[in-house]
Design a protein around this ligand. Structure first.
Ligand code: FAD
Length: 411
């Protein structure tokens, strides 16, 4: 009799697993169970509707270093399925990817629909059965196989099960996975922006500093890169990366902490002081507000002049030394109080999930239950922003398909 694989979840990891399993093991019956009425809904909205499929990083260690949780695990997995494999897989099926300056890769069409159409074609081509509105409530080992119970009470039989149901934001949602004997690392949000209610800097919303350094006081968390000022506080790649690396530590502080921003991290404070001193002579007759030094955005410069007590209309030659030094201090180390976070809707992920020590990185198979596999964000793996989370979805989905192929071909 044909063996049956049930994939729980019709997201990137589940669908990639299903299409590859059906292709690699022609005798295998593959069914995807999806609780909503839509497949690949995150792929559709991701990257602002363009889908940031992967990252143009071709070094396994460097790539693994972009995962705050699961680094060692993905390093092993990438030896089996890496960024290059993802790029080739889509290219062989008519979807060309292009690379943006920051390394993010998108379909050349700039439309996530190209990825969805490609995966849907493969689902049809290899006869994968898809059941919508099929929410799994429980999975039990039954003999050599599994009994999968749906919310409407139906029970389906399977020889292999791949759990690819994405990141659950609440601990209670993992109950049916705990019931299989697996431990769960508590879920916390990753990739969020910092709220700084009442801080006058939010008046500069829309201003971006291309290369600032942000440190969380009292921790080792520090990141350098673009920082964007928003209506609520600070965002941008440097802040998002900090939120990912600090997901647990910042959750433990209930998102109440202080940060220090260095707007000019390429200079020491002494160099900034010296340069301001030079400008008193070089730009002596000019108004301090007439143009910012150091290539700073004008509104940011005006803001720090105001906070330092310097009037925009005084001449550089007349800049009082006390205010000049205060300005240098603020440009190099401005302290802000963070009170709360805002989820980064562009690429939100959950840190936490199925404990990695209970899963084999070579097969993505459970170490507790034979025939059970995990793929995607349900695992305690998450990457920073830039295509890393989808790459893990493709890698894990493919490895599960290949592990099942190896089993099916020997039975
Ligand atoms: C708005 C947004 C934009 C993003 N943009 C990017 C990006 O550009 N690049 C990037 O790398 N990452 C991005 N991410 C993260 C990325 O989308 C996820 O990491 C990735 O989708 C995880 O894939 P997955 O298949 O594991 O889970 P999901 O895509 O979440 O899919 C899981 C599926 O399982 C279903 N399901 C859950 N429980 C059950 C159940 N009990 N029974 C049946 N079905 C169930 C869900 O309905 C869902 O369809 C983005 C995330 C969001 C929210």
């Amino acid at each position: 009799m044909a063996k049956e694989l049930i994939v729980i979840g019709g997201g990137a990891a589940g669908i990639f697993c299903a299409v590859n399993a059906a292709r690699m093991s022609p005798g295998l019956r593959v069914t995807v169970l999806e609780k909503t009425g839509k497949l690949l809904s995150k792929v559709k909205v991701s990257g602002g509707g363009r889908c940031n499929v992967t990252h143009a990083c071709f070094d396994i260690s460097a790539m693994a270093g972009r995962y705050p949780r699961g680094q060692h695990f993905v390093r092993k997995a990438f030896h089996q399925w890496f960024t290059t494999d993802t790029i080739n897989w889509f290219q062989e099926r008519g979807v060309e990817l292009k690379t943006e300056e920051d390394g993010r890769m998108f379909p050349v069409t700039d439309s996530s629909q190209s990825i969805i159409d490609c995966l849907m074609r493969e689902l049809n081509r290899f006869g994968v059965e898809v059941r919508m509105h099929a929410e799994v409530k429980g999975v039990e080992k039954e003999g050599e196989g599994f009994a999968v119970t749906l919310a409407d009470g139906r029970v389906l039989a399977a020889d292999h099960v791949c759990v690819a149901c994405g990141g659950y934001p609440k601990s209670g949602m993992f109950e049916w996975i705990r019931a299989l004997g697996h431990s769960i690392e508590e879920p916390v949000p990753s990739l969020f922006t910092f709220n700084m209610p009442g801080d006058p800097i939010v008046g500069l919303m829309g201003v971006s500093a291309p290369a600032a350094q942000v440190k969380v006081v009292g921790t080792k968390l520090v990141e350098k890169g673009p920082v964007l000022i928003t209506h609520w506080g600070l965002s941008g790649p440097a802040v998002l990366r900090l939120s990912a690396w600090g997901a647990r530590e910042l959750a433990a502080r209930e998102y109440q902490f202080s940060i220090v921003v260095n707007w000019l991290p390429e200079f020491s404070e002494q160099e900034v002081r010296d340069r301001l001193q030079e400008l008193r002579y070089e730009w002596a007759p000019k108004m301090v507000g007439s143009g910012p030094p150091f290539g700073l955005p004008r509104r940011l410069w005006d803001h720090w002049l105001g906070i330092s007590g310097v009037h925009k209309d005084i001449r550089w030659a007349d800049l009082p030394i006390r205010e000049q030094n205060r300005l240098a201090g603020l440009l190099c180390a401005a302290t802000f109080t963070v009170k709360g976070k805002t989820t980064f809707k562009e690429e939100f992920v959950t840190a936490g999930g199925v404990r990695l020590s209970e899963v084999d990185a070579g097969s993505y198979g459970s170490r507790k239950v034979a025939g059970l596999y995990f793929a995607g964000e349900i695992l305690d793996v998450d990457g920073i922003t830039g295509g890393f989370n989808f790459q893990h979805a493709w890698t894990s989905g493919w490895i599960v398909a290949d592990s099942i192929r190896a089993l099916v071909s020997t039975t």
